[in-house]
Design a protein around this ligand. Structure first.
Ligand SMILES: Nc1ncnc2c1ncn2[C@@H]1O[C@H](COP(=O)(O)OP(=O)(O)OP(=O)(O)O)[C@@H](O)[C@H]1O
Ligand SMILES: [Mg+2]
Length: 281
């Protein structure tokens, strides 16, 4: 290619630089996260009904900044619905939800909430199978899953470092050049957590992360989630009690759309109300 022809490409590259991207999309969202009370998420008096059925029924739930919280509860307790409210997917009929002290989540759209730093991991991994592990993380960095920008944008050294840092966190540094489609189920789950981490979320919501994993993969997932504590606030919903025990600090038990009990794993497991709910299933 002659130098004159290359120039437009260079210009395009420049305009596509990742550190310049997407910010404009959220410039109206210059909202400051206020965790001065040590609390990153406040849910108060929430109600959600589906055709008259009270899926969430006066729910009060708080998460501290940097904490790793486990949420358990029988099927239909409202765990996923709670995450849907936090991420803007479901609008409650009543109550309040705020990110830090001042950001009213109920006024924001799903993409706005994601852009503010609330990441969500769904149960089924959604990685780009025909891209490498490294490329998946690279794509996730833009905060937008469009492929086009990476064709032109060059990574800065800092961005490269960040990708390698996340690769280490998720334990896939040896597999960085492998196509994501060739990863095991567990590895795909870690990669997807890594993709969320690329956006450096303040709060990470993880719904049933170890379903379908081998024991070894579960142990590795426990390590991974524990390593996020302090830097991110994490809410983990999980049915597997051995797994919950392996990561639990504070555990919240949801039942019929409200908090039934909260405390250490031992406290909630020995709570007669919790025992009744689980044995009564
Ligand atoms: N979009 C919806 N429309 C109608 N009912 C719904 C909807 N979403 C959830 N529900 C109902 O609300 C209740 C709570 O569901 P939710 O998915 O929050 O429970 P969960 O605690 O996540 O359960 P599980 O452990 O089975 O995942 C259930 O009875 C469910 O059938
Ligand atoms: Mg659920």
């Amino acid at each position: 290619m002659n130098p004159a022809a290359r120039k437009p490409v260079e210009q395009l590259r420049e305009s596509m630089r990742r550190d310049r991207q997407w910010r404009f999309m959220y410039s109206t969202l210059d909202l400051e996260l206020d965790v001065s009370q040590g609390v990153i998420l406040y849910l108060e008096g929430l109600h959600v009904s589906f055709d008259g059925f009270k899926a969430i029924n006066d729910l009060n739930f708080y998460v501290n900044a940097g904490e790793l919280r486990c949420v358990i509860g029988p099927n239909g307790a409202g765990k996923t619905t709670m995450m849907d409210i936090i991420t803007g997917k479901t609008r409650p009929d009543g109550g309040t939800a705020s990110f830090g002290r001042s950001i009213d989540l109920l006024q924001l759209s799903e993409p706005e909430i994601a852009a503010l730093g609330i990441g969500r991991k769904f149960q089924k991994p959604t990685v780009f199978e025909s891209h490498t592990v490294f490329q998946n993380l690279e794509l996730a960095m833009a905060g937008d899953k469009r492929v086009f920008p990476t064709l032109f944008a060059r990574l800065t050294g800092e961005q490269r470092d960040r990708i390698h840092e996340v690769l280490t966190t998720i334990g896939l540094q040896e597999l960085l050049d492998q196509d994501a489609g060739a990863l095991s189920h567990g590895q795909k789950q870690w990669l997807e957590i890594g993709m969320l981490l690329m956006q450096d979320p303040q709060l990470l919501l993880v719904d049933e992360p170890v379903a379908g994993m081998t024991h070894q993969e579960m142990d590795r997932t426990a390590e991974l989630l524990l390593s996020l504590e302090g830097r991110h606030s994490v809410v983990v919903v999980e049915h597997d009690m051995d797994f919950v025990r392996s990561i639990a600090k504070r555990v919240t038990v949801l039942h019929q759309g409200a908090v039934l009990a909260e405390g250490s794993m031992d406290e909630v497991q020995n709570d007669p109300r919790v025992i009744e709910v689980y044995l009564g299933e």
